[in-house]
Design a protein around this ligand. Structure first.
Ligand SMILES: *Cc1c(COP(=O)(O)O)cnc(C)c1O
Length: 420
């Protein structure tokens, strides 16, 4: 299948990290998912810690989600006219994130961040933005400068094809460095429209915000009249019921969402302060539109998924399970004498072949990728599917139970031996 795919699709994949280029070997072509498992075309079963890169928080093919899709699809796939189910998703998002007063649905995280940036620029009448080294905000031109995820995996954090005129409007500073943000504001008076940040960085492996970092951004944006954008495409409803903003108690001006809010279907969203959102067409002069935006079938999958996360104790159980995994892996590595660390927040985790957990992109770059690659393949052979890159966070779903964690740790005993 991989050979055939490469004849019609660049590198055989529709998103770069899927190609296994950084870990080597042949990507698994998946045919089916069920709860914590995925199954490949050879019939091999894997415990899945990718979860479609975040959306599958309830596990694969959860009956409630599948049912919602089936029931909705019967009535038509798309109308390009308003539907009631879109109101339900908008109301659900607003109820969960107190910083959202108005929200617009789109079809991907990339669309959400591109739109939020244009909105921030239109609202402020300024052109420049600040982003952080190693943060990934989708593949919009302004944001593919020193980006994370696949851009980082392939050593091209800044993409070819982005005109210098566009890239020059993007100021890149180190993650967790408030002083560098302040210097940028001082050096560019009245020019910075927005600061965009992953409130928990999950696209250069996992890097947590240092104490005072997000607060510092809030203070500086207020002082210099810039829009603070939390890109919660990954963290939204993954690190807690009210996103990273609820967890850390910081209110951004705009928020971008994706992944979990579509439950595996293409849904994104951007929203925030009413006075800013009212600049969006047709209320205001900032244009944004989408033929399939608010698609009823996709929205139904998202609503069903969010309803599952409303179960009492959902996020506590998810966080506990995820911590059991990372603490278990650290203990195994220690026994095997491998320089390794790990950490978790909510249902996402980071694994590092380094003694200490990283606090910045520079720290992440010191991790031993050759060791990671050996570990990755040993685990894959043992039926454990981690992200095929040392620069991606991992995801646990509510369908992962004690049995799957135990099986993973047993496989890790052998994989760490292979990696050392
Ligand atoms: C995945 C991701 C995006 C891009 O979303 P797509 O749906 O892949 O376009 C943007 N921001 C963050 C933080 C992400 O993790």
């Amino acid at each position: 299948m991989f050979a055939r795919a490469q004849r019609s699709i660049p590198a055989g994949v529709n998103s770069p990290v899927r190609a296994f280029r950084s870990v080597g070997g042949t990507p698994r072509f998946l045919v089916r998912g069920e709860g914590p498992y995925v199954f490949d075309a050879d019939g091999k079963r894997y415990i899945d810690y990718v979860g479609s890169w975040g959306p599958a928080i309830a596990g694969h093919a959860h009956p409630d989600v599948v049912k919602a899709v089936q029931v909705t699809a019967v009535h038509g796939l798309s109308f390009g006219a308003p539907t009631e189910i879109e109101i339900e998703l908008a109301e659900t998002l607003i109820a969960r994130l107190p910083s959202l007063e108005l929200v617009r649905l789109v079809s991907s995280g990339t669309e959400a961040t591109m739109s939020a940036l244009r909105l921030a620029r239109g609202y402020t009448g300024r052109a420049k933005i600040i982003k952080f080294e190693g943060c990934y905000h989708g593949h919009g031109d302004s944001l593919l400068v020193k980006a994370g995820s696949g851009a980082l995996t392939f050593g091209q954090p800044s993409s070819a094809g982005v005109p210098p005129a566009v890239a020059n409007e993007t100021i890149v500073v180190p993650y967790n460095d408030v002083a560098a943000v302040e210097e940028s504001f001082i050096a560019n008076p009245d020019a910075i429209a927005a600061v965009i940040v992953e409130p928990v960085a999950g696209n250069m492996n996992l890097v947590l915000p240092a104490t005072g970092f997000l607060e510092g951004l809030r203070t500086l944006c207020d002082r210099y009249g810039a829009v603070l954008i939390f890109d919660e495409v990954m963290t939204g409803f993954r690190v807690g019921p009210h996103g990273a903003q609820g967890r850390f108690g910081i209110k951004p001006d705009l928020t971008t969402l994706g992944k979990v809010i579509g439950g595996g279907m293409p849904v994104g969203a951007f929203g925030g302060r009413r006075d800013i959102m009212e600049e969006i067409a047709p209320l205001g002069p900032v244009y944004q539109a989408g033929t399939l935006s608010g698609n009823p079938v996709a929205v139904a999958a998202g609503l069903a998924t969010l309803a599952l996360t409303d179960a009492p104790g959902f996020h506590d159980a998810l966080a506990r399970r995820t911590r059991t995994l990372t603490e278990g892996l650290v203990a195994v590595a220690k026994r095997r004498g491998v320089a390794f660390s790990a950490q978790a927040i909510g249902g996402m985790f980071g694994l590092y072949f380094a003694e200490l957990v990283p606090r910045s992109y520079a720290d992440v770059m010191t991790c031993d990728t050759a060791r990671f690659n050996r570990f990755f393949h040993a685990m894959l052979d043992a039926g454990i599917y981690f992200a095929p890159s040392a620069y991606e966070a991992g995801f646990v779903s509510a369908a992962h139970g004690e049995a799957q964690i135990r099986e993973t740790l047993a496989a890790a005993e052998r994989a760490f031996a292979a990696a050392s």
